[in-house]
Design a protein around this ligand. Structure first.
Ligand code: ATP
Ligand code: MG
Length: 460
């Protein structure tokens, strides 16, 4: 896999896990926590047995899939097979997949319970359970699901909890489900990765879209993730950007799973440059070379901020994170700064002129690229004719203007989102549990997470 040295969390957690110790592992985003539990997990698997021996529970479907892929990479030469089971995918297809006897299951809680109830997954041979993004599963009210799942696993199992954030409430989870866990916490001055430049822009709700366009004109991100607060926001933003010619797609929990898979695939394969998403994409996703994260809407709580911006600056790379803050949300910004132990620098609203200059510059560069490719013979005759009648500079200026996306064409109307309320951070980490009826069918869908002090309209 090209790894040459163990990351700190790997160096510290792997020996403990090999020894059979229960471990709570905390380390910054993008520092290799997956392999920190994945490598010793693979070592413990007996490839001749037919029932699952390892179980990873993750809060979102995309993450369950990603972890299965990483485990399959790590276990390739030991012929270990990991399979993801998650809601939204045809259960019959999963049942057929399970007949190939994966030794490791990675799953979202709801669908896993479905399989347990249908007796298509048996957990009585499982010796190692990992809760990836453990704190998020608490937030999402998965605790009852997790209890039910762990009841199916022999008590002499090894249990591991991993996340970049471990709020105090995680202690309860540990007390209930773990045996004398060792805490491995990689010490860092800040909760966020130093290699991520963090800024905020103070603005009005109505200014957000225009300011965002200016920023992407100026920063021309290679690959960006833009977080919106609600599904409606994500839809409107993605389609607005697309109408203006940007390669943008939205991702949230109301899309069909096929669509979600398609969007992720397009983003990974560079067919999409801007992924607009709810917090469904905030945790764990490892997409290489995401250069920029934009918080178009302020995150619901400081932990969400940490994970959202952690989609960039991974595995030693640099990244940029920019957060839009409405004046009434300043208090939330201070809370975030306090939690991450770092000051987020203010960035002035970039001027229209700066953005226009950047756009013109980009058009010029694009034109030069076409010039250097030198395959323009079909146009030479036309060009010569134009030159007979007009000034050369005038012609080029007109062509550049035509190629440049001019601001008057950039009107897009977004529905206003109400700013975060000042109370809403106080009740954080105590989101209401999901409705029991929904559990089996909609496991792993963060759009159901609902904040105590947030009105329903704010669901993701
Ligand atoms: N020892 C290593 N050397 C180089 N790269 C590594 C190493 N370990 C992991 N990586 C790579 O680093 C990237 C981030 O790893 P991973 O997704 O496990 O991070 P994480 O700590 O789980 O982050 P998050 O908190 O966001 O979930 C992955 O692309 C992974 O392949
Ligand atoms: Mg992870």
């Amino acid at each position: 896999m090209g790894f040459t040295t163990a990351s700190p969390i790997q160096a510290q957690a792997i020996p403990l896990v090999r020894r059979g110790q229960d471990v709570i592992g905390q380390a910054q985003t993008g520092t290799g926590k997956t392999a920190a539990f994945g490598i010793p997990l693979i070592e413990k698997i007996d490839s001749t047995k037919r029932n699952p021996q390892g179980l990873v529970i993750a809060p979102t479907r995309e993450l369950a899939v990603q972890v299965a892929n990483e485990l399959n990479n790590i276990g390739k030469y030991k012929h270990i097979h990991a399979m993801a089971v998650y809601g939204g995918e045809d259960i019959g297809r999963q049942i057929r997949g399970l007949k190939k006897h994966p030794q490791i299951i990675t799953a979202t809680p709801g669908r896993l319970l479905d399989h347990i109830n249908r007796k298509t997954i048996h957990l009585d041979q499982v010796h190692t359970v990992i809760l990836d993004e453990a704190d998020e599963m608490l937030n999402m009210g998965f605790i009852d699901d997790i209890k039910k799942i762990l009841n199916q696993v022999p008590t002499e199992r090894q249990t591991l909890l991993f996340s970049a954030t471990m709020p105090p409430a995680i202690r309860n989870l540990a007390d209930q489900f773990m045996k004398n866990p060792d805490e491995v916490k990689i010490k860092a001055k800040t909760l966020t990765v130093d290699r991520i430049d963090q800024h905020f822009v103070e603005l009005k709700e109505r200014q957000k879209f225009e300011v965002f366009l200016r920023l992407i004109d100026i920063q021309s991100p290679e690959r960006a993730i833009v977080f919106g607060r609600t599904k409606r926001r994500v839809d409107e933003l993605a389609s607005g950007l697309r109408r203006l010619g940007y390669k943008a797609r939205g991702l949230h929990g109301d899309l069909t799973q096929a669509k979600r898979d398609q969007v992720m695939d397009d983003f990974k394969n560079h067919r999409v440059a801007i992924l607009v998403a709810t917090d469904v994409a905030a945790r764990g996703l490892d997409i290489s070379d995401v250069s920029h994260v934009y918080n178009f809407d302020m995150p619901q709580d400081p932990e969400s901020y940490v994970h959202r911006i952690g989609r960039t600056g991974r595995a030693g790379k640099r990244g940029e994170a920019i957060t839009f803050v409405i004046t009434s949300e300043k208090q939330h910004l201070f809370m975030i700064e306090k939690t991450i132990k770092k000051k987020i620098e203010r960035m002035p609203i970039p001027s229209q002129e700066d953005a226009a200059d950047a756009r013109r510059q980009e058009t010029t560069e694009e034109l030069l690229k076409v010039l250097n490719r030198g395959t323009n013979s079909n146009y030479r005759e036309l060009a010569e004719k134009l030159l007979e009648e007009h000034d050369a500079v005038d012609i080029i200026a007109a062509a550049l203007k035509q190629l440049t996306n001019e601001p008057e064409l950039r009107k897009v109307k977004l529905t206003d989102e109400k700013p975060l309320q000042s109370k809403s951070f106080q009740g954080r980490r105590r989101r209401a549990p999901r409705h029991p009826r929904q559990q089996h069918h909609k496991g792993g869908r963060p759009q159901q997470r609902r904040h105590h002090s947030q009105p329903r309209a704010k669901k993701q």
